[in-house]
Design a protein around this ligand. Structure first.
Ligand code: PGA
Length: 248
């Protein structure tokens, strides 16, 4: 049985004191869950979040990483740097980064390789635009993305990655994919992994759904056969609400 993994993506929100307060409030609310709980926080919160989450079942992740280990990349943070302070996860290729910072599948792939090489677990985002959905090419678009972002990733590394299927039109919009559509696409992703890496890897890989997940709709997504968790944006900014999703 695959574990359910609920990850919060705070995006560009929360000051360190707010992060500390949030984790202090969340800790008792999720302490008995069997699910994996991750908070992906801004760089400036990482250290405080890691300290506050010590001795809890809450894991801490970043929201971006550079693919080089060090060098003349002003303003960037490497996987080695994240690992050095105890970060475990990193979101890579979120659609907001693809759109606003021109990240391509090739860049996402380089970041995934760097993360894995440094012992970080990447949460890799894929998903279609509204135009692609309306043109009926969602499956093709998403499987192409999966193939490209996993280029040269080895079978034994697959258990250290999470794929988040996030239809771009569902992010922050209040609109959601139907449970059937979300499950069909996650299954399609799993089948693609099976084609590339075989059944063992495809049965192990964690595939989340993301896009306007909230307490009112999370249960159905999390109960779907191929959906192994959720990547949660807006609803991860309140500890009580996020805990409801974790405890679904
Ligand atoms: P949302 O964001 O839950 O606010 O739609 C999801 C995400 O961006 O990962």
């Amino acid at each position: 049985m695959r574990k359910k993994v609920i990850a919060g993506n705070w995006k560009m929100n929360m000051l360190p004191n707010e992060a500390i307060d949030f984790i202090d409030k969340l800790t008792p609310l999720v302490k008995d869950t069997q699910n994996e709980v991750i908070l992906c926080v801004p760089y400036t919160d990482l250290f405080y979040a890691l300290l506050t989450a010590q001795n809890t079942n809450i894991k801490i992740g970043a929201q971006n990483v550079h693919w080089e280990e060090s060098g003349a990349y002003t303003g960037e943070i490497s996987a080695k740097m994240l690992k050095s302070i105890g970060v475990e996860y990193v979101i890579i290729g979120h659609s907001e980064r693809r759109k606003n910072f021109f990240e391509t599948d090739e860049i996402v792939n380089k970041k995934v390789k760097a993360a894995l090489a440094n012992g970080l677990k990447p949460i890799i985002c894929v998903g279609e635009t509204i135009e692609q959905k309306e043109a009926g090419v969602t499956k093709k678009v998403v499987t192409e993305q999966v193939k490209k972002v996993l280029d040269e990733i080895k079978e034994e590394q697959i258990e250290n990655i999470i794929i988040a299927y996030e239809p771009i039109w569902a992010i922050g919009s209040g609109k959601t994919a139907t449970i059937k559509d979300a499950n069909d696409i996650t299954k399609e992703i799993r089948d693609e992994i099976c084609k590339i890496y075989g059944q063992k890897a495809s049965k192990r890989v964690i595939i989340q759904y993301g896009g306007s997940v909230k307490p009112e709709n999370c249960k159905e997504y999390l109960n779907a056969s191929d959906i192994d968790g959720a990547l949660v944006g807006g609803a991860s900014l309140n500890p009580e609400i996020f805990a409801e999703i974790v405890n679904n």
